[in-house]
Design a protein around this ligand. Structure first.
Ligand code: GLP
Length: 239
């Protein structure tokens, strides 16, 4: 794993945007795997800025998001569909942008359809990832076994609690999600993992111990041949 430690969150977001920009230059019709959460917000703002300045163009590029709550409507302000629209898709020009359908009637069929769509696009060129406090990737929570395919998962108490900050009081927070499995993530040609903030220092330390701890889903990334981890100093302070 290649590790880049930047001075602060802003610099980490710029370094991540540089990796996106370089790939767009090399391969304008790239397929990007995208993530939600607070970590990539700075990166998305930087991509919007560069797009508006005419420095980058997504018109030939496509995107697939990692995950979505289930069940949830696309218009729910806490849905990842809404998050992506607000922060990126309404501001740049991807030729297509997909997320697992949190409003699908048949989640198993939706998962199979999503995997087939990624496959038909030729797989993912660059997969962006954040990391949960418990080491989850997408919504692949710590478990005894991990699904290769997109699948419906039960969220852990720790994840529900970590993400409850986004839901207003009285709003029902879904306890399930549809998440890409390790199959599509591992088939990505390149992986860009962003770890920022002091609260991620402990999980970052476990990741960099050099062991594949199977109770930390992110550790499976140690087995991928092309992973760049972009961090800020706060997240790297225990390394
Ligand atoms: C969510 C998302 C993950 C994300 C993680 C970390 O649960 N499903 O893809 O990486 O949270 O979020 P944050 O960046 O807000 O810490």
């Amino acid at each position: 794993m290649k590790k880049l430690v930047l001075e602060n969150y802003g610099a980490a977001s710029i370094a991540a945007a540089d990796i996106f920009a370089e790939l767009l230059r090399e391969k304008p019709d790239s397929v990007f795997g995208l993530a939600t959460g607070s970590t990539p917000l700075g990166l998305y703002a930087e991509l919007v800025k560069r797009y508006q300045a005419g420095e980058i163009d997504f018109s030939k590029a496509r995107s697939f998001n990692l995950d979505e709550y289930y069940p949830i409507s696309k218009d729910h302000p806490q849905s990842y569909a809404y998050f992506m629209r607000e922060n990126l898709f309404s501001k740049v020009n991807f030729s297509s942008s997909r997320l697992p359908g949190g409003d699908a009637d048949d989640p198993a069929a939706e998962c199979a359809r999503y995997d087939a769509e990624i496959e038909a696009a030729g797989g993912i060129d660059l997969q962006l990832l954040g990391i949960g406090l418990n080491g989850h990737i997408g919504f692949n929570e710590p478990a005894l076994s991990y699904s290769m395919s997109t699948n419906l998962v039960n969220l852990t108490e720790s994840t529900l609690e970590a993400n409850s900050r986004f839901f207003a009081q009285g709003d029902i927070q879904p306890s399930k999600a549809l998440t890409m499995g390790f199959g599509a993530i591992f088939k990505a040609k390149k992986i860009l993992l962003m770890i920022t903030g002091a609260n991620k220092a402990t999980i970052a330390k476990r990741l960099f111990e050099g062991f594949v701890h199977t109770d930390v889903p992110a550790c499976l990334l140690l087995l991928h041949p092309d992973v760049t981890v972009v961090m800020d100093k706060d997240a790297a302070r225990l390394l």
